[in-house]
Design a protein around this ligand. Sequence first.
Ligand code: HAM
Length: 432
Amino acid sequence: MKIPPVKGTRDFYPPDMAVRNWLIDGWKRVSARNGFEEYDGPIFEYLRMFQIKSGDEIVEQLFSLTDRGGRDLAIRPEITPTLARMVNQQINSLPRPIKWFSVPRLCRAERPQKGRLREFFQWNIDIIGVEDVLADAEVIFTACDYLEEVGLTPDDIVVKISSREMLAALLQTIGVAENELEPLYMVLDKRGKLPDDTFEQMLTKQVGDKNKRNKIMELMAVESIGQISDCLRLSETSKKSVDELGRLFELLDCFGVADFCVFDIGIVRGLAYYTGIVYEIYDKTSELRAIGGGGRYDNLLKQFGGPNIPATGFGIGDAVLEILLEEKGLLQKQLPARQPDYFVAFTDSQFFEKAVEITAKLRRAGLAASFSYKAGGLSKQLKQASDQNAQKCVIIGSEIENNELIIKDMATGKQELIELNEFFDKCKSEQR
Ligand code: HAM
């Protein structure tokens, strides 16, 4: 009986694993150079942790289970609640600002589609303890720093930025009550993600008053920060958040990533805990789902029983990113070649054991070395060496009786005869 993989999951065969490792190595390298330290948490948590403040959408997508002790648990669909819990636990001893990153494996029971799976990896970058938009700018810079490193340019991707704080103030000016804001955000987040008529039906259900609805739609059509005041009279609170957005764009200019960033009032985010600046990263053609998203969540630590400490961060998934890099032809050429330093070949089966001995010695000296299991002819072994992309070949022949080897450079084809001990001394110095 053949058992297929579970819907929405991936098997990582060695070539897929090479891609995954390359992506994650890049995330780790860029995190480190931007001053972030790595953390991780458990793959499952108490179910209620995700029910507190992540929002209905993610709760509907939870893989949950009850353990033998009757505890309700869930596999993590995101790591932000875990981060809030972990930081709260050690808040008095952690030097601030806390700049942490993680690359968790996450599970969401979403309908599998292009770029959306039931199990995926997500790069998380978060700064905790900084109220200033400088932290939001640094987080956005870090995302751009990585995306640029893998070859994506402002022609390929765009970071769409807005502010929930500003939207809240503007919606309140229109007459939306404070307790109506959160459910309205969830509807507005669907604009552009669902067919227009489905979105309109959702909005009508949420906002009964036609005039209010029209005003909301007029506001959502604004294309620049400057246009907001043409559409609505700004309250003191909205002025403050409009100015804050303006400063964020100035800082992004300072960081040199302004070309990647645009203001987009339609960015609301689907998770319930965001409080201020919010952003999503898309491919420029908007054909794919979001590459990443994040924002400020100043109340989450407090809602998890901790102190009132501000926080901001983002998550970028591996799935859409991989599709985009593949489509742009940027993926395969950047993968590190699997390349043994040496392939140890032998001219006659009587030298097989010597080949194993030399291979082992090379490996113990820290070099990548391989050899053939089959005692085929030398030309077959050399073909195997070039298939494996070996840099050099050690050829063991009758010269070994005088303690000598032939070393063939696979790129130039040049061969040299070398004494065994001299060869290993050379290998050691190559290693250093
Ligand atoms: P999110 O928008 O739910 O945010 O996810 C961020 C990114 O994770 C998405 O843009 C996408 O690339 C990837 N992603 C999400 N769901 C899936 C899926 N089913 N399959 C494949 N990729 C997916 C968060 O998770 C926030 N916790 C991010 C954050 C960190 N905010 C502050 N700090």
